[in-house]
Design a protein around this ligand. Structure first.
Ligand code: UTP
Length: 325
């Protein structure tokens, strides 16, 4: 699995502020998870100028905004209470999951039932809630904004720009592991060692389940030489609510942002705080739609595989590759 051991101690130099006195020192018992939190307040600078006035989560992947795939994934895993963390310029996210009566009545008048159902699909999907992150102070800070809504239950976090192919379910497996083991569960993916500096990276031990590891340490965007493994943290988490107390005391880390990875490192280092941290090692298809190349790959792949668009698109693509490449 490519887990390098023996470098874990170096990772214990993390940037969580020192006295975390108010931590809840009990492990919450496993209970049914019903709430999903989707942080979508980031600035999306990698996609400028497209994201100057449009949230990157609203960029279409074929004919649906990226964020709709993410909400559909939460619902497919049984989580229909969705809290989206938004910010300035993010109003289209709320509009997309709301009714649009004008459009609906125009389509009804035209008798266009097919498009009407597409318009209604996103507003009927889940119970949506929104909270604004005043200042985008990092992913950890975005997750902390969910505390009043989530309360004292384990909850899922799905990054709004991380797209997991619907045919490769990941979140349902993570929920299953959390309900069995308690504590928190992160999603991990093996990446080329040259890529670890782009991700949070886990030190981990194997378990009896071939797709599950016990996470013993985490480090945000390490240099390849400092990486404890090639297991990268990807944008799905099931978290014990103990994370909130840790985040309240977490100081800005890498990039001057409050890092979720730094808070998770504290959980992983001491299971008395919020139970164990496990990782589900994902081997399916995943796209970072906040990255331009991956975004293009997602569109080409999903378009090729669509029943309605795929046959024509594949013919064109084959021809294009033969003639132009
Ligand atoms: P990214 O690291 O992709 O940052 O955030 P970003 O600002 O969205 O994009 P770039 O790097 O400038 O292009 C990972 C996830 O965390 C959310 C983002 O919306 C994204 O889903 N996030 C990040 C917040 O909600 N708030 C923050 O303060 C930072």
């Amino acid at each position: 699995m490519g887990i390098f051991k023996g470098k874990v101690n170096r990772m214990l130099i993390f940037r969580v502020c020192a006295p975390v006195k108010v931590l809840r020192m009990t492990q919450s018992s496993p209970s049914r998870i019903s709430k999903a939190v989707i942080p979508a307040a980031g600035l999306g600078t990698r996609f400028l100028p497209a994201t100057k006035a449009t949230p990157k989560e609203m960029l279409p992947v074929v004919d649906k905004p990226a964020i709709q795939y993410v909400v559909e994934e939460a619902v497919a895993a049984g989580l229909s209470d969705v809290l989206m963390i938004t910010g300035r310029n993010k109003r289209p996210l709320e509009d997309h999951f709301d009714r649009n009566y004008e459009l609906e009545s125009a389509l009804t008048r035209k008798g266009d039932a097919e498009r009407l159902s597409k318009v209604q699909e996103s507003s009927d999907l889940a119970t949506m809630h929104y909270v604004r992150q005043g200042d985008p102070r990092g992913l950890g800070h975005a997750v902390l904004c969910a505390a009043p809504h989530v309360g004292d239950q384990p909850f899922a976090v799905l990054l709004g720009d991380d797209l997991i192919d619907p045919r490769d379910p990941l979140l349902a497996r993570m929920v299953e592991i959390q309900e069995r083991e308690g504590g928190s569960v992160v999603a991990l993916m093996e990446v080329d060692p040259s890529q670890v500096h782009l991700y949070g990276c886990a030190a981990a031990d194997t378990t009896v389940d071939s797709d599950v590891v016990r996470v013993t340490g985490l480090i945000e965007k390490p240099e390849p030489a400092d990486a404890p493994s090639n297991l990268a943290v990807i944008g799905r988490y099931v978290l014990d609510p103990a994370i909130f107390d840790i985040l309240r005391h977490t100081e800005p880390g890498r990039g001057g942002e409050i890092q979720l990875t730094d808070a998770l490192q504290l959980l992983a280092a001491d299971e008395k705080i919020g139970g164990p941290v496990h990782g589900v090692v994902f081997k399916g298809r995943r796209y970072d739609t906040g990255d331009r190349s991956d975004y293009l790959r997602a569109i080409v792949r999903l378009a090729c595989e669509r029943e309605d668009l795929g046959p024509d698109f594949r013919t064109w693509l084959r021809q294009y590759v033969t003639e132009e490449m």
